[in-house]
Design a protein around this ligand. Structure first.
Ligand code: UD1
Ligand code: MG
Length: 454
């Protein structure tokens, strides 16, 4: 099969977004629209990806700098044919070229592969719409052979009744595309160079014109406004929800989940309403996620229960842990199996050993906590002196009394006990009780002040 170039048109202004940001950088499912298209192009193993940009200047190439793509500016924007022309000097002959759109984010690899299998010559992706208003119409002869694409503004009333429309996505041999584009004229109602005019040229030259249809209509929906963006977002989320349920995941409400990345789930996973998953998240067998939890770039091992309103970011959670409600695991947290992290507990860049518990109102930062440790309510690691951060080490079987401050760097030994209310600034030895607390006194006969009469 010939090498494939992919040209992504992303020069449009997006007037109806009412935004300073170029349209193709607005996010769908947590990712800029043009990035969805770039990822699809990568999945197709295109040998060459060319992004045509314009409005918003260098913002688009800067935002997509991580991609091995060529960025070609189109200035001014004189139509879709003119946009594709800008890419042509970068594309070798003896290849195929495919045109995609930065504002048609959900095009799927399987549909594009079907286009490649549709036949030699020019291949267009078309779709039948109950309401074709605004789109270019596919004009066919009595035998069904494609003759041309006619834009709505140039169409006769009879042609406007055609329900098969052009999605804009096409595939053509690069050399042919190059020659057709060089012959485009802008003598139409919009004074633009229409990419669609190449169809009539191909027909006149006797080049075969094929059409393919997307597997789902949402794949070819373009975005022009925030309202369309929100609608397509919900469509995509419902596709994700259906995918999860088809794999056996229990969703309390498939309309109330947001997957902004890749969520993979084991068997018998349950997800309550309002949860957001960002980046790469893996939930192993029997994990339960409580309502309104936000989980980003995390791996949760089997049987772990995450109660409502928990936030987990860039963390690893072992099996059979209990988290939340209202727990926060910040980047670099690692919980070993059977750990408990309860309400209003914040963990950052710390390891919590097997079976250890911090159940209430704590901050554990830059710490290494061993196994079977009990961290009492209100315990704080003072890891930061205003300039540098230091580590706290708590060894196996230690018991930290409530409301303790551990001033790092500090070590609490194996099996050590810390008395409640202590401020620990020096290492506490193994197996002993350490506390720092002023002695309790009672002042006999002390009287509360009384209000002075005026
Ligand atoms: C185009 C098609 C129409 C099709 C419709 C599908 C043409 C002439 N018409 O019409 O047949 O039904 O898309 O949505 O191709 N763009 C540039 N540079 C330009 C002009 C456009 O990069 O100079 C980009 C836009 O940002 C947009 C895409 O090309 O992403 C389509 O342009 P748009 O003006 O929306 O074309 P339509 O009139 O909708
Ligand atoms: Mg359009």
């Amino acid at each position: 099969m010939s090498a494939l170039n992919i040209i992504i048109l992303a020069a449009g202004k997006g007037t109806r977004m009412y935004s300073n940001k170029p349209k193709v950088l607005h996010a769908l499912a947590g990712k800029p629209m043009v990035q969805h298209v770039l990822d699809c192009a990568l999945a197709l193993e295109a040998s060459n990806i060319c992004v045509v940009y314009g409005h918003g200047g260098e913002i688009v190439p800067q935002a997509m700098a991580q991609y091995q793509a060529q960025f070609v500016i189109q200035e001014p924007q004189l139509g879709t044919g003119h946009a594709v022309q800008q890419a042509m000097p970068h594309l070798p002959d003896n290849t195929l070229s495919m045109v995609l759109y930065g504002d048609v984010p959900l095009i799927q690899q399987t549909t594009l592969q079907q286009m490649r299998a549709a036949g030699e010559g020019l291949v267009f992706l078309t779709v039948n719409l109950a309401n074709p208003t605004g789109y270019g119409r596919i004009v066919r002869d009595a035998s069904g052979k494609v003759l041309s694409i006619i834009e709505e503004k140039d169409a006769t009333p009879e042609q406007r009744k055609i329900q098969e429309v052009n999605t804009g996505i096409l595939l053509a041999p690069t050399a042919m595309l190059r020659s057709w584009l060089s012959n485009l004229k802008n003598n139409n109602s919009q004074g633009e160079y229409y990419l669609t005019d190449i169809v009539a040229m191909a027909v006149a030259q006797g080049v075969a014109v094929h059409t393919a249809q997307p597997a789902h209509a949402w794949e070819v929906e373009g975005i022009n406004s925030k309202s369309q963006l929100a609608t397509l977002e919900r469509t995509w989320q419902s596709v994700e929800a259906q995918r999860l349920m088809s794999q056996g995941v229990t969703l309390a409400d498939p309309a109330r989940i947001d997957v902004r990345g890749q969520l993979s789930c084991g068997r018998d996973v349950e997800i309550d309403v309002g949860c957001i998953f960002e980046g790469k998240v893996e939930l192993a067998d029997n994990v339960r996620v409580g309502a309104y939890s936000v989980i980003r770039n995390a791996t949760i091992a089997q049987g772990t229960q995450i109660a409502a309103y928990s936030h987990i970011d860039s963390s690893l959670v072992g099996a059979n842990c209990h988290i939340g409600p209202y727990a926060r695991l910040r980047p670099g947290s690692q919980l070993h199996d059977d750990a408990h992290v309860g309400n209003f507990v914040e963990i950052k860049n710390s390891e919590i050993g097997k079976g250890s518990k911090a159940n209430h109102l704590s901050y554990i930062g830059d710490s290494t906590v061993g196994s079977r440790v009990n961290i009492g309510a209100g315990t704080i690691t003072c890891n930061y002196d205003g300039a540098n951060k230091f580590r706290t080490i708590i060894e196996d079987d230690a018991f930290i009394g409530s409301d303790t401050q551990l001033v790092a760097p500090v070590r609490v030994g194996k099996g050590a006990t810390i008395g409640a209310g202590s401020t620990i600034t020096k290492d506490a030895p193994d197996g002993e009780l350490t506390l720092s607390r002023s002695k309790q006194i009672t002042i006999n006969g002390w009287k509360r002040p009384v209000k002075i009469k005026k």
